[in-house]
Structure formats: C-alpha cells, structure tokens
Design a protein around this ligand. Structure first.
Ligand SMILES: O=P(O)(O)O[C@H]1O[C@H](CO)[C@@H](O)[C@H]1O
Ligand SMILES: O=c1cc[nH]c(=O)[nH]1
Length: 237
C-alpha cells in the first residue's frame, strides 16, 4: 500500500504522530530527539520518520504548508496507517501583544477562513477544537516545565500575505484570537470526522502587532521546548 504522497508501509507509523509544516523540521525532530529514527516517507521530500522517545514509539510527518496539504497527509495517516493521535508542532504569528515571541500557544480552538472546513457544514459554522485530553496534558506539562504558554483560539488562515496587513484579520483579535497559522482547523475537523485525537501547539515567531521577530538562535531553542512538550504528550496519548 502506497499513495501518491506516501510510500510508507502499513505499520511504519506509530499511533502518535507529530506534524510540523516544514519537512526539514521533521528531519531535525527525528535526528535530534528520536532514538533509532528511521525514515518512512520521502515522497515530494515531505519527510516522515518513526523512532522512540523515552522508550515509546512515536512518528513525525511533515504536513507541508496550508490546510489542503495537511489534509492529504492527515487523511492518509488516519485512514491508511491507523494513526490515533496527531499533534501539530508549528510556528505562528501573534495577534495579541500579551503573547511574546517564543511563547507557546496551545490551540484550544481554531477559527478559519478556509472552505475546507466551511464547505462541509452547510448553514452551520462548525467549531474545530482540540482533543481535551491532549490539551489538558499539554497544559499540565507546560506548567511543570515552567514554559510561557497561552491556551486559546487560533486562526488557521488560507492567506499568509493579507493585502490589508493586520487589518486583514478584522474582528478576530478583539474576539480573543491570539495567533495565526495555516493548518490547525483542518486538522481538528478531520480528527473529529474520523474519531481520533488532535492538538496544535505553536511557537509564536513573529508578532503582527509589535513586529518583533524571533532570531535564528532563539527559534531553535524555543522549538526545542515545544517539541519536547509535544513528544511528552504524544507518548502518553
Ligand atoms: O512552521 P509551520 O509548521 O510550517 O507553520 C506555519 O508556517 C507556515 C507559513 O510560514 C505555515 O505552514 C504556518 O502554519
Ligand atoms: O502562518 C503564519 C506563520 C507564522 N507567522 C505568520 O504570520 N503566519
């Protein structure tokens, strides 16, 4: 069994999978954190690996950027590879000045402008939400590690470059939406449809209000904290 996007064999993925957008982040996670990592997918260079963390099996698969791309990988991971828990480990922009660069956002919910979610529910606005168990576990572990984090509403936008800049986010920041990325809502909607668990954890790398950005060195350190948190949650899921 292979697909146009994945040549892994049945059983190649662990039941818990981390999902970074960036394929090189997937490689870095496998090589830095996994014991005995082995590559299970390289189609389109959208890299996937399986190994162990603290003695327990875990995988990482790049999702690519945006909801259409993530939806392909997640659909196949769930329906063809039997994955049960999916934790996105991403970067995001900040939409609230109290969220500082390097802070972690746990996406409790994900608002979206994407037709990928909207298109399925007719007159209804479906609310894509994180699995409560994964969210609670991540918050408890973030507390224990002393990480600066915020749990709240994320925006998963199909648009990275809004023509109107910050104004393009309209009323969302004043309704408590704290960060913007491009995948969480589709992840949550697919997890709900197929009865599996999902969570999105992001590190805020650029504040759209203050224009503060993370530098390269701080990015590495901060992503390390996020990845270790996500791995600890994944192996207990
Ligand atoms: O860093 P990743 O996980 O790719 O996430 C964010 O970065 C990309 C945009 O630069 C989008 O995929 C967005 O969601
Ligand atoms: O989607 C994203 C990711 C990082 N920063 C942004 O502004 N948007």
């Amino acid at each position: 069994m292979t697909t146009p996007h994945n040549h892994a064999k049945p059983g190649d993925y662990a039941e818990a999978v981390l999902l970074p957008g960036d394929p090189l982040r997937a490689k870095w996670i496998a090589e830095t954190f996994f014991d005995n990592p082995r590559q299970v997918n390289s189609v389109r260079n959208c890299l996937g690996y399986t190994g162990t963390w603290k003695g327990k099996p875990v995988s990482v698969q790049a999702s690519g950027m945006g909801q259409p791309s993530l939806a392909i990988y997640v659909h196949e991971l769930i329906n063809l590879y039997g994955v049960k828990s999916l934790i996105r480990v991403g970067t995001c922009g900040g939409l609230n000045a109290s969220v500082k660069v390097r802070d972690v956002i746990l996406a409790q919910g994900a608002s979206t402008d994407s037709s990928i979610v909207k298109g399925r529910f007719g007159a209804f606005n479906f609310a894509p939400i994180a699995d409560f168990g994964l969210l609670r576990s991540a918050a408890d572990k973030a507390d224990a590690k002393g990480l600066r984090y915020h749990a709240g509403n994320m925006l998963s936008s199909d648009i990275f470059y809004h023509a109107d800049g910050f104004a393009g986010y309209d009323k969302l920041p004043e309704h408590g939406v704290i960060g913007v990325e491009m995948e969480a809502a589709a992840l949550y909607a697919l997890a709900a449809r197929f009865g599996v668990k999902a969570l999105t954890i992001c590190t805020m790398t650029d504040c759209l209000i203050t224009h503060e950005e993370i530098d390269a060195e701080a990015r590495q350190t901060s992503l390390k904290d996020m990845v270790e948190l996500a791995l600890d949650v994944a192996v207990e899921a």
